[in-house]
Design a binder for this molecule. Structure first.
Ligand code: ADE
Length: 252
């Protein structure tokens, strides 16, 4: 899968993407991350400006349509077809695991990173296929959000992760992950739960499932109605809720 990032800060993208799991996947040729500098497409030969004041007034500067459009046309010619173009903005659809899975089906994906107060709306209308937000907060630019998306999407590309770790983790079935422990058996007086040392696989699986349900109820109860819960899961959930209610009554 090939990621193409249109940005004013190519080093930021290239630096982050060359490390760790993404870097390894790139070395293995499973993914590629290419950052293209929008400034190279400025029509201002002297200062290479790519921004200007907003019509109608208001704070800050906007990225101009033309350098972005020229950058996109050049990129499209190199890619050889019109790939999906993601514009990172708090005004977009909120990114989630389902969206990551869907984007992972693409062969090429283009990102447009905004800066300053945003981007001239006309170029968004002309080239962008997907407006995406990574959450309800405002960042200074689209580079970090595009890296977040590249990371989450890459994990879904076959061969990037070892084994089936992409599948067993949180969110593929709308339950949070169970707690995990590694050596030593005791750390500053805290012991690894006995059951994990028992070697009894069925009991361990049951314990892990229950921990996932407990955590989700505690931290993200909104996910539970989307989770695929068995009869036993529901029974356990009812038990947890009753315990919680009793505890609250005792605290009153
Ligand atoms: N640009 C600035 N803030 C953003 C956000 N929350 N998501 C995506 N792009 C952004």
């Amino acid at each position: 899968m090939n990621f193409h990032v249109m940005t004013l800060f190519p080093e930021l993208i290239q630096g982050a993407a060359s490390q760790s799991i993404l870097g390894r996947a790139e070395n293995k040729g499973i993914i590629s991350v290419e950052a293209v500098n929008i400034r190279d497409y400025s029509t201002d030969m002297k200062h290479h400006h790519v921004d200007d004041y907003p019509y109608g007034g208001g704070a800050g500067m906007l990225m101009q349509a033309e350098p972005i459009y020229r950058c996109y046309e050049d990129l499209t010619e190199k890619i050889g077809h019109r790939a999906r173009v993601v514009y990172l903005t708090p005004q977009g659809r909120v990114f989630d695991q389902q969206m990551a899975r869907e984007f992972a089906e693409e062969e090429d994906l283009v990102f447009l990173c905004g800066h300053y107060e945003g981007v001239d709306e006309r170029v968004i209308e002309m080239i962008v296929t997907d407006c995406v937000s990574i959450g309800d907060y405002v960042l200074t630019g689209g580079e970090l959000p595009s890296l977040v998306m590249i990371d989450a999407i890459s994990r879904m590309v076959p061969g990037v992760l070892s084994g089936d770790s992409a599948e067993i983790e949180s969110f593929h079935d709308n339950l949070l992950e169970y707690p995990q422990y590694t050596r030593p058996e005791e750390f500053m007086g805290r012991k690894v739960p006995e059951i994990l040392l028992s070697g009894h696989h069925a009991n361990i699986e049951k314990w892990r499932r229950e921990k996932r349900i407990e955590r989700t109820l505690e931290v993200r109860p909104d996910l539970l109605c989307k989770a695929n819960l068995s009869k036993n899961d529901l029974k356990y959930l009812r038990k947890l809720k009753e315990e919680k209610k009793k505890e609250e009554e005792n605290n009153e």
